[in-house]
Ligand binder design. Structure first.
Ligand code: G4P
Length: 527
């Protein structure tokens, strides 16, 4: 197969949802339908269980497992599908944001009874900002839930999407009979009372097909006709280019647990989802079919073995081919690196590969060379955009508890920050180190890992910060100098040396914004 065909057959995407909506179940079912796994239960382990919300030991254990499920690849209808795993746990939301920089499209899973939930809103907002194509899958139709049309409204309003249904449920919960598939023009009916197995599948060209009445009865058919008229009147028809531009989001209904609507989702996905997309770098737009290799690190996973401090850096290939034992330029370090054992990922395992194509993810063994956002190329000095840091939610001073281990602590902090576990800020006033995280859980993870992987002991001390803002200003202006003097106590540098204002309350942030009008207060590090 030629280079271009290889690119065109790749579909790299992520599944996002609020915890418990069914992301893990759906992932697993996609693998089952894709023939990549033989039985259910294989992927379950990648999920940090609810019971583990405060059990970081469990998270450490899960971390080992989740390396294997970070990328799940399989071939379906001749398409090479790469599913990038996104942690469902909200404390790891930042990992998910970063993974979204490496996907070409997403599937959003929503629980039919719960509707649009908080985590879905946040994640969809990020996708919307980047115009990532999205397919919405409304799950758990075997349960009593919200009316399909009310849900479509909710998705439009809360998520700011323009939807078009590509399937519709026939009944719901106790009364759920099957799915009317607008995309494929067929109806699938449940076979048994338990609603576990799919029975009859009726394909038709028009709703007036006599077989339809025989299968679902005239009452249901009338309701269906009405609903279809409503859809035609209210929603725009599916338009692939609008979907690819992130302007139209198709919605499908189903039940991942009962395999309902999953194969249909997969069939629809392989037909409409985008192949690897061009990516903007600070220098220029990089096209996947350029011959020269380029890629970027979007995730770093520490090894579970504390005796070996090697890590796995996940690189998304943007252009060209990535080949084993070939020297590539590490742009930030301006040095050439060769990789003798790049890993490719399959359904449940990883293996060394000789060549990978745009859209693929390779896992590179790393002894501390990489940090998130790093670019690798065939030689060109490119830096990919779009992996910003967001303001953390929790801030604490980190203190060294063992003066003899100061070096180990500094190294450990450095490397954990490169991995993207948390963000480090150094106060301008006194050089004290502040760790910012998305969830409180990460402090425990950091403390544990510093001790077990670096032999360093630390303690944390609360610090009252409402938000971190990255400051953009004319450095010579008097107002910037005033700001620096008056707010000295609240200023810090992030790891790349950018100036950050650690506002202690919403009020003081607002006051500063009003007082220093020619300064720009950014809520992400990339502007
Ligand atoms: P997540 O990754 O989005 O957090 O969700 P996950 O797939 O783990 O699903 C959360 C719960 O919802 C699981 O039940 C799962 O079995 C159930 N579920 C997923 N899809 C469906 C569906 O289509 N219908 C119904 N009725 N339930 C569904 P659990 O009891 O929390 O976990 P488990 O004991 O089954 O592992």
């Amino acid at each position: 197969m030629g280079f271009i065909e290889e690119i065109k057959r790749r579909r790299t995407f992520g599944i996002i949802s609020h915890p418990d909506a069914g992301k893990t179940t759906l992932t697993e079912k996609l693998l089952l339908f894709g023939g990549a796994i033989q039985e259910a239960g294989a992927v379950k382990s990648n999920k940090i269980k609810k019971s583990a919300t405060s059990d970081f030991m469990e998270i450490e254990r899960q971390r080992g497992i989740s390396v294997a499920t970070s990328v799940l690849a399989f071939v379906y209808k001749d398409k090479k599908i790469n599913i990038l795993d996104t942690p469902g746990h909200k404390d790891f939301a930042e990992d998910t944001f970063r993974t979204l920089t490496a996907v070409d499209s997403v599937i959003v899973v929503i629980d039919v009874a719960k509707g649009v939930e908080e985590q879905t809103e946040k994640l969809v907002e990020v996708c919307r900002m980047r115009n990532i194509p999205m397919i919405v899958f409304i799950n758990k139709l075997d349960r009593e839930g919200k009316d399909a049309f009310d849900l479509l409204d909710e998705v439009e309003q809360k998520l700011g999407l323009q939807v078009t249904p590509l399937s519709l449920p026939i009944g719901m919960g106790y009364d759920f009979q099957g799915i009317y598939n607008i995309w494929e023009q067929n109806i699938q009916i449940f076979q048994d009372e338990q609603k576990q197995t799919i029975g009859k599948k009726v394909t038709f060209d028009t709703v007036d097909d006599p077989e339809l009445v025989a299968v679902i009865g005239s009452k249901r058919l009338d309701a269906l006709k009405e609903e279809l008229e409503l859809i035609e009147g209210v929603y725009p028809p599916f338009d692939r280019s609008a979907y690819l531009e992130g302007k139209l989001q198709p919605v499908l209904f189903g039940s991942a647990l009962n395999n309902f609507g999953v194969e249909e989702l997969l069939n629809c996905f392989v037909e409409i989802a985008p192949e690897p997309l061009p990516k903007a770098s600070e220098e220029r737009l990089i096209l996947p079919d350029e011959k020269k290799f380029s890629g970027f690190v979007f995730k770093i996973h520490a090894n579970m073995d504390p005796n070996h401090r090697d890590r796995l850096a996940f690189v998304k290939i943007v252009s060209g081919t990535f080949e084993r034992n070939t020297p590539y330029l590490h742009v930030r370090h301006n040095k050439k690196l060769k990789f003798s054992s790049p890993n490719a990922f399959f359904a449940e395992k990883k293996a060394i590969v000789d060549i990978s194509f745009p859209g693929d993810i390779v896992g590179l063994h790393d002894t501390g060379n990489f940090k998130i956002g790093d670019t690798l190329t065939s030689g060109e000095h490119l830096r990919f955009k779009g992996i910003p840091n967001f303001s953390p939610e929790h801030f604490r001073f980190i203190n060294n508890k063992d003066p003899l281990k100061a070096k180990q602590l500094a190294k450990g902090i450095d490397q954990l920050m490169d991995e993207g576990v948390a963000q480090l800020f150094i106060l301008n006033l006194n050089g004290r180190k502040v760790i910012g995280t998305v969830g409180a859980l990460q402090f425990e993870v950091i403390q544990y890992r510093l001790l077990h992987e670096y032999g360093a002991q630390c303690s944390f001390e609360n610090l009252n910060v409402h938000k971190a803002c990255w400051i953009q200003a004319d450095e010579k202006s008097t107002s910037f100098q005033d700001f620096q003097r008056i707010k000295q106590k609240f200023l810090a540098k992030d790891k790349s040396g950018q100036l950050v204002f650690l506002a202690d309350s919403a009020f003081s942030l607002q006051m500063a914004q009003e007082q220093y009008k020619d300064l720009v207060f950014h809520f992400t590090s990339e502007f």
